[in-house]
Design a protein around this ligand. Structure first.
Ligand code: SF4
Length: 323
């Protein structure tokens, strides 16, 4: 079952993606164990899950930075998972990444303007035109080009460096922006400013964004749809308004219940135990060893993502949403 929104051709289409690593005693580490989802043009999809759920591995294998063990990835109709070498590099120019640590995509020895110019120069833009555009981009991300163009990253605050990383990421008008915890290292007040910037850019440039976060309030604010990842598989995918208001999967409910200060009119779903090892995942439902609602069937039958309301849920006994 495809966790999609409409019949429109998706900008990003991921099918049964798997990424296994060699593990101890010959058992492979199943970091991503068969993930399928679509992202429509102009949509923001959030991917949430605990540390160790496979979020970052999913992104790396989806973008062929660390090629997947199996599965396919199409971006704007092009099967990038079949490409190699120059063709892959060209196709990847349609995608830009923003990381939690923005310094990782900026060269500390380069002035801000040169870092923003580089992807444009690589795409064949003249030096003069690239510098003109770079100044506009610095302004677009809320900084004064006269003050900041000639600075080095070490001279900027965390929020300012993230703004420059965003300017560099949008310099070549990518079709898809993939953001891996882009605000989690920032102070709360700066987080809000960067989230507002993402929202402006999305509105003005029609960006399509995959937004990884462990912070449900950020996802609720930023995203149209959310995909909940547990031990390398998707539990629930659907509109934020549905999935984070009335989750049908017990794991989504447990994530929500773990947020302090939430008002509740029912008992909390509390996670039991630790995240199991991805080299020895539980049989049947991967969540069953921690699920307070597990039954016998959960140990023998893998739950597939199935439509539940406007969302898709992988659970044999989904929690009921009120009408
Ligand atoms: S399939 Fe069973 S173990 Fe898995 S989430 Fe649903 S109730 Fe819990």
């Amino acid at each position: 079952m495809t966790a999609t929104l409409s019949e429109q051709r998706p900008l990003l289409s991921v099918r049964d993606l798997k990424k296994f690593f060699p593990g101890p005693a010959g058992a492979p580490i199943q970091a991503v164990a068969g993930v399928t989802f679509d992202v429509q043009p102009g949509e923001v999809l959030g991917i949430v899950g605990e540390t160790g759920s496979g979020k970052s591995t999913l992104i790396r294998s989806m973008l062929m930075l660390d090629p997947p063990t199996a599965g396919t990835v199409d971006i704007d109709g092009e099967r990038i998972s079949s490409l190699r070498g120059t063709k892959l590099r060209e196709a990847r120019q349609n995608v830009q990444l923003i990381f939690q640590d923005p310094h990782s995509c900026l060269d500390g020895r380069w002035r801000v303007i040169d870092s923003i110019c580089e992807p444009m120069r690589n795409a064949g833009v003249s030096r003069t035109e690239a510098r003109r555009r770079a100044r506009k981009l610095i302004e677009r991300v809320g900084l004064d080009p006269h003050t900041y163009a000639s600075k080095f990253p070490r001279e900027l605050s965390g929020g300012q460096v993230q703004r420059i990383a965003i300017a560099r990421a949008i310099a070549t008008s990518p079709k898809l922006l993939v953001c891996d915890e882009p605000v989690s290292a920032l102070d709360v007040s700066v987080q809000a400013q960067i989230i507002n910037l993402f929202e402006e850019l999305r509105r003005d440039l029609g960006l399509t964004i995959v937004f990884i976060s462990h912070d449900l309030s950020v996802v609720r604010h930023m995203c149209d749809r959310v995909a909940v990842l547990y031990l390398g598989t998707l539990c629930e995918v659907g509109p934020v308004t549905e999935v984070l208001q009335q989750p049908a999967h017990p794991y989504t409910q447990a994530l929500l219940d773990a947020v302090p200060g939430q008002a509740r009119d029912r008992e909390r779903v509390v996670l039991k135990g630790e995240l199991p090892s991805p080299s020895a995942p539980p049989t049947g439902c991967r969540f069953r060893t921690r699920c307070p609602m597990a039954q016998e069937r959960c140990a023998v039958e893998v739950p597939e993502l199935s439509p539940t309301g406007d969302a898709f849920v992988a659970c044999h006994f989904p929690m009921r949403r009120s009408a």
